[in-house]
Design a protein around this ligand. Structure first.
Ligand code: AMP
Length: 145
């Protein structure tokens, strides 16, 4: 069996993200594989209370994207992942992770067994959704609960 050639590492910036990332980078280095980091920002929906009046500042999504870009740059620097291999997208995390994996033709997705949403579960909802929908192998790095 050949080794993996392109790894997609999905990161949520929970406190375990460095641990999950270190595992993924070590494996990719061993295989000589390319590694791409991905974070997905959930879209911000704004309910108008009166016509044209919303409860949230209009640029909140832009601020979230900006913070995510800084956070992914910091994490990528710590992991030694080059700038061209960092992605921040907006959407449903599960859908975007699966779509990006298909678009890039990766052969392995690495994520944490659970992150900020899945504490206490065997597998978090993102991990579970990715595992069920992926067309390639998925490695869930165990995160202690
Ligand atoms: P969860 O299933 O949401 O508890 O998260 C499990 C794992 O999925 C995390 O450890 C991350 O590796 C990945 N993940 C969760 N949310 C995101 C996100 N918004 N963007 C990228 N990866 C994510």
């Amino acid at each position: 069996m050949g080794t993996y050639q392109h790894v997609l590492l999905a990161v949520d910036f929970s406190k375990e993200a460095d641990h999950v990332g270190t595992r993924a980078v070590a494996l990719a280095q061993e295989w000589g594989a390319r590694i791409t980091l991905l974070h997905v920002v959930a879209p911000v929906y704004q309910e108008p209370i009166y016509e044209g009046v919303t409860t949230l500042p209009l640029d909140i999504e832009a601020q979230l994207l900006d913070s995510a870009r800084h956070a992914i740059a910091d994490l990528a620097r710590r992991l030694g992942v080059p700038e061209a291999e960092r992605r921040v997208e907006v959407g449903s995390p599960k859908t975007v992770i699966l779509g990006t994996a298909a678009a890039l033709g990766v052969d392995l997705i690495v994520l944490g067994s659970h992150g900020v949403h899945g504490l206490g579960l065997l597998l978090g909802s993102t991990a579970n959704g990715v595992l069920h929908g992926a067309r390639c192998d998925v490695l869930a790095v165990r995160v202690p609960s």
